[in-house]
Ligand binder design. Structure first.
Ligand code: ADP
Ligand code: MG
Length: 249
């Protein structure tokens, strides 16, 4: 396996709370890895450490060929991250402006992504005029506009109704199959994890360890039909069994 992300013997505490004592994890390049674990097990903390937002206490980590222009992180509170004074178009274009791309290049890149997402909104309007689901799609597009090699996503679908949830999963899958980035997807929804991920890592309670890594052999593209197959349910059962152990249910 070609490692995109390697975490070795990570340690992190907040005050008296020891989140990671001796935590190790490898993430394979060009795959979607879902991280599934009990509430408070340190999933967001892990992404925050790996992306350099908060410091670790010990151990080490490495992201292969890390380049901050080709790395994106969609936060748990994605909606608050849209800039209200910029139009929807200007929000998506922001990372390319920061990179100093020309106007025509930006227009071309945004149009390419709009086509991939088949997402019809008024691009000259502002985020507050959109529904929550639409805002989230804009936040996603802004994260993907730089065509990142490594993408971190923290519970991206949790605030959406089921229909928008399925739509956004479909968009993300399409993007993944086109560009094949390494994706680290945090979710507390087993169906989402099994729908999208190649591998599902189940974490324990604190101090957090990897309890099990479950391979998901379902072929891509995974349609809604795939969610009804025997194979899908077998993988889902495995994850549920591991989670039962993790959460002492
Ligand atoms: P998860 O995303 O898995 O639900 P988090 O990574 O948000 O969990 O949090 C892991 C643990 O660390 C929790 O017990 C949480 O209360 C604690 N924690 C996270 N961030 C902070 C912080 N900035 N200050 C104090 N405690 C924190
Ligand atoms: Mg979290």
């Amino acid at each position: 396996m070609t490692k995109a992300v390697a975490v070795n013997n990570l340690r992190k505490s907040f005050n008296q709370t020891e989140v990671f004592q001796d935590f190790s994890l490898d993430i394979e390049e060009g795959k979607i890895t879902a991280i599934f674990g009990p509430n408070g097990s340190g999933k967001s903390t892990l992404l925050n450490i790996l992306s350099g937002i908060i410091p670790k206490d010990g151990g080490n980590y490495h992201i292969e060929n890390f380049n901050h222009f080709q790395f994106s992180y969609i936060f748990q509170n994605y909606r608050e991250s849209l800039l209200p004074w910029r139009t929807n178009f200007e929000n998506v274009a922001l990372p390319l402006q920061i990179q100093g791309k020309t106007k025509s290049e930006i227009k071309e890149r945004v149009e390419k992504l709009q086509k991939l997402f088949e997402f019809k909104i008024n691009w000259d309007h502002y985020p507050y005029e959109l529904s929550g689901g639409q805002q989230q799609i804009v936040a996603f597009m802004r994260a993907l506009i730089t065509e990142p090699n490594v993408l971190f996503i923290d519970e991206p679908f949790s605030a959406l109704d089921y229909e928008n949830n399925l739509r956004l999963r479909e968009h993300l899958q399409k993007y993944y199959l086109t560009f094949k980035p390494t994706i680290l997807l945090i979710t507390h929804n087993i169906e989402e994890a099994v729908h999208l991920a190649d591998k599902i890592v189940v974490l324990s309670k604190k101090p957090t360890q990897t309890l099990e890594t479950i391979e998901n052999p379902l072929p891509y593209p995974r349609s809604l039909q795939s969610l009804k197959t025997e194979q899908f349910h077998q993988v889902k059962d495995k994850v549920l069994t591991a989670f039962q152990k993790a959460a002492n249910l």
